[in-house]
Design a protein around this ligand. Structure first.
Ligand SMILES: [Zn+2]
Ligand SMILES: [Zn+2]
Length: 372
């Protein structure tokens, strides 16, 4: 893990004894898929042509190629490109997944905190983001942190990240860029110069959460009440808060309003994600708003959160997850809530028609599929 100001996840590596005639350096923090596309464009061929030469039996662009390659696949790539296997491994998401979960592989489908590409053949729904100012100031390339779901802003330029072409709204698909284009600076679909886009707004709390989370990858801890949270515990706490916020927005009721107001979260201002998909599928704007609220809830601290939950008689089903355990730092919460069980609402919802919001959410999901 780098401590220099120029990189955090992986250092720039230049090729040595490459077989390919023109190999661009793997840049500071560059993610492997970005570098592979730049390699292909440097040879004057399509990314699929280059990768079919390296791995004839592996359709790399039909998967999330940043997650993992086998050792043998990386050795083959290293021989052709002259970039060391260690540097190639460091440009994938695998070392980060290992630090966050201890696992040496990714699950099928959604992996917590990593943006989902929504891949279908070589088409994608999203899962990649960029800063227009960074694209303007240096060789356009995508960073490892551009795949993190907790990243919503560029810490250098203090602007919101974008996950689509401003002109044609296509998701970012650098692997579909073909020669004669020479770099990743333009939209694959309409050719718009991505550096010209107006960057998004920054949610201050979300940026603070982003910086705090990044810092934990250096092995440190963060204080929450009396607990000192390491990376995995911190992420578990934030994930629980995201679940509570989204559940509260779906079932917005008067009884939870005061609870969230006390935590610095306005349920009115909590926008409903347009698609209702998992957090890892959401746009930078939607994630930024949610993470800003997570930051407010964290700052309140566990003692106050538990006291307010008790005082406002928040129903246990809102705060105690069904599928996962409560974060250790809030284990007291289940005792407190069970003491003052909420009187269940007996209203029968079975025959109710779907709400307009719910129908709209399904419609947005359908549109998203057509964008691929
Ligand atoms: Zn930037
Ligand atoms: Zn476009």
């Amino acid at each position: 893990m780098g401590t220099s100001n120029t990189y955090r996840w992986g250092a720039r590596t230049d090729p040595v004894d490459a077989l390919w005639p023109l190999v661009p350096a793997l840049l500071d923090d560059e993610v492997i898929s970005s570098w592979l596309v730049r390699c292909a464009l440097a040879q004057g061929c399509e990314p699929t042509t280059l990768t079919a030469d390296v791995w004839p039996d592996y359709r790399v662009w039909c998967h999330d190629s940043d997650r993992k390659f086998s050792e043998q696949q990386l050795i083959t790539l290293s021989q052709r490109s002259g970039i060391s296997v260690d540097a190639l491994v460091a440009s994938t998401l695998m070392p980060l997944q290992q630090m966050m979960t201890g696992a040496t592989c990714f699950p099928q489908g959604v992996a917590a905190w990593f943006l989902c590409l929504g891949t279908r053949n070589r088409r994608r729904c999203g899962g990649l983001q960029y800063c227009p100012h960074c694209f303007a100031q240096q060789t356009p390339h995508y960073l490892i942190q551009n795949r993190f779901a907790w990243h919503t802003a560029c810490p250098i330029h203090q602007v919101g990240l974008l996950d689509h072409c401003e002109q044609c709204h296509a998701p970012l698909c650098p692997h579909l860029i073909t020669p004669p284009k020479l770099d990743l600076g333009r939209c694959h679909r309409c050719g718009y110069e991505l550096k010209l886009a107006a960057p998004g707004a920054v949610e201050e709390g979300a940026l603070r959460f982003q910086i705090a989370t990044d810092d934990l990858f250096d092995g440190g801890h963060r204080r929450y009440g009396r607990c000192r949270l390491a990376l995995a515990e911190w992420l578990a706490l934030a994930k629980w808060m995201l679940g509570v916020l989204r559940a509260a927005r779906r079932a917005n009721s008067a009884c939870t309003q005061d609870f969230f107001n006390e935590l610095g979260v306005s349920l009115e201002g909590l926008s409903r994600p347009t698609t209702g998909l998992a957090f890892e599928y959401l746009s930078p704007v939607e994630r930024g708003k949610l993470l800003s609220d997570v930051w407010s809830m964290i700052e309140i601290g566990p003692r106050r959160l538990i006291a307010v939950a008790k005082r406002e008689h928040v129903r246990p089903s809102l705060l105690i997850p069904r599928k996962a355990p409560l974060p250790d730092s809030l284990s007291e919460l289940s005792l407190v809530l069970n003491e003052c069980r909420y009187k269940q609402c007996t209203k029968n919802h079975i025959d109710k028609p779907r709400s307009p919001d719910s129908v709209l959410m399904r419609w947005q999901r359908l549109l998203r599929k057509f964008e691929r």
